[in-house]
Design a binder for this molecule. Structure first.
Ligand code: N7H
Length: 454
């Protein structure tokens, strides 16, 4: 039976009766809609279909949040240390210190108790306002407090789909076995998405076999039955200093000899691993041949023929995050990224709130089966470490940390054929301004929680 305001609030979002529709979207509903949307857009020659609009609600619960709904809830046989301890306690492992330290966060600080992360996504701004209004009233009615609210938006006009530094985002996502269909000729690849590897569902949701490790083991992560089909969620509010980033690119370019052929654009692409348009350096190492490039091939590459990092540096953000090389066991490190920019684009001529006076960045929001083995590993062991992948390649070379999200003051080694290596120091222009670790339960579990049955 429902015991408190929180339980009643949850029951309004997710009625315990499975016959009654829930306000929380399932992954499958969203996937079907996205498929229809893409199809309609194709039919309209690339324009968004006006009639096809939706509002989606997603709910993640923190460790204290789950316990508030179901006191004494049993997590055995899992450990879930990162989730239990929470994001601020884990910050030192991730080198979130100084301006990125948890005391400065606007959300997720140790002195804020957060129970839930509610995401409301809509195609239409009035629909969004309407849904938020309903959500706020419902929360107030049941004595819930909105600790923090953050608006996120796709950037306007030609910047749509790009993040604030100007790079196209959301190009590479894992294919999920049993959810996406595989290519008939090559079942390891997602149908219609060349280069997109199919990964076992157990890497993203609990209760399913994992991607085989080096010894062939596919055992799912240990978890209690109520966690099956749920995913861990890492939310990070990452502030970006856009002018700082680009002025650094300019000054570092200027530190190279005048006759060096490296353009500022190429240097920026070397830091990310893709040109601003999204074209990967692996396929276009000298200049962005976007018009000649088939967009569907933007993911169809690996770094096997570029061991030295002459095309895509070994420190480049996308290479650090997904080395596309089985020897790193990266199939077990993938994450499903569902981020969106916050703040208005940097455009100082447009007046207040558009220049350095305003905060802007990425609402980094990702899903996975293990926070420690996926998000934290990527940040700590690959992004922050100057010695990855040199140490793993066994050539002992130190290439530098990830210059986008890695440790501040990243000294990186730029390697090019027939030229001496160039050593460049990069400050980090992304800082953490909030973080919450949550768990997004399956709908059936939310119904049980709402019924007070767990
Ligand atoms: Fe990254 N950026 O603009 O530089 N990211 N990222 N990221 N990121 C990616 O390939 C960026 C962050 C990953 O599959 C692209 O889809 C920025 C964190 C992963 O080849 C661009 C921030 C973590 C991938 C950026 C930021 C990751 C990826 C290319 C912070 C995890 C896929 C788009 C403000 C710890 C790699 C694409 C692959 C891609 C940027 C954060 C991880 C442009 C600005 C914290 C796994």
């Amino acid at each position: 039976m429902m015991r408190n305001g929180r339980g009643i609030w949850l029951a309004e979002l997710v009625p315990p009766d499975p016959e009654r529709p829930a306000r929380i979207a399932t992954v499958r509903q969203v996937a079907i809609f996205n498929e229809q949307f893409s199809e309609a857009r194709r039919r309209r020659g690339g324009d968004d279909p006006e009639k096809l609009k939706a509002v989606w609600v997603n709910l993640g619960l923190t460790h204290p949040g789950l316990l508030a709904l179901a006191p004494g809830l049993d997590f055995a046989p899992g450990d879930f240390a990162a989730f239990r301890e929470g994001a601020p306690a884990r910050a030192p492992h991730l080198l979130d210190a100084g301006p990125s330290g948890p005391d400065h966060w606007v959300v997720g600080r140790a002195d804020q108790t957060i129970h839930a992360v509610l995401i409301v996504a809509a195609d239409d701004v009035d629909d969004l306002r309407g849904e938020l209004d309903t959500m706020r009233k419902r929360a107030a009615r049941h004595g819930l407090v909105v600790v923090f609210e953050q608006r996120g938006d796709t950037l306007p006009g030609a910047r749509a789909g790009h993040e604030h530094f100007g790079f196209k985002d959301g190009i590479s996502q894992p294919g999920v076995i049993g959810f996406h269909s595989a290519e008939k000729e090559n079942p390891e690849e997602r149908a219609g998405h060349p280069g997109t590897e199919m990964i076992a569902a157990g890497e993203f949701v609990l209760g399913h076999p994992r991607h085989p490790d080096a010894g062939g083991d596919t055992a799912p992560h240990p978890h209690p039955a109520w966690m099956a089909n749920g995913a861990f969620q890492v939310f990070r509010r990452l502030s970006q200093d856009v002018p700082g980033w680009w002025s650094q690119v300019t000054t570092r370019r200027q530190s190279l000899p005048e006759d060096d052929p490296m353009s500022e654009d190429l240097l920026a692409a070397k830091l990310v691993g893709r040109w601003r348009s999204g074209t990967p350096l692996a396929l276009a190492p000298e200049r962005d041949n976007r018009s000649a490039q088939d967009r569907s091939l933007d993911n169809n590459f690996d770094y096997d023929n570029d061991r030295e990092g002459h095309k895509t540096p070994r420190f480049a953000h996308i290479r650090k995050m997904y080395p596309r090389d089985a020897q790193f066991g990266d199939d077990r490190r993938r994450i499903i990224r569902r981020g969106i920019p916050f703040g208005r684009p940097f455009d100082p001529a447009a007046g207040r709130g558009r220049g350095v006076d305003a905060d802007r960045g990425l609402l980094f929001n990702v899903y996975m089966a293990s926070i420690e083995e996926q998000f934290e590993f990527l940040q700590q062991t690959w992004a922050n470490s100057a010695r990855f992948p040199g140490n793993a390649f066994g050539d002992g070379r130190t290439d530098g940390p990830d210059p986008v999200i890695g440790e501040d003051r990243a000294p990186v080694e730029l390697r090019r054929p027939n030229q001496p290596d160039v050593h460049l120091d990069f400050r980090r222009f992304v800082h953490t301004s909030g973080a919450v670790y949550a768990f997004a339960p399956a709908l059936s579990t939310l119904r049980q929680l709402a019924a007070g049955a767990l």
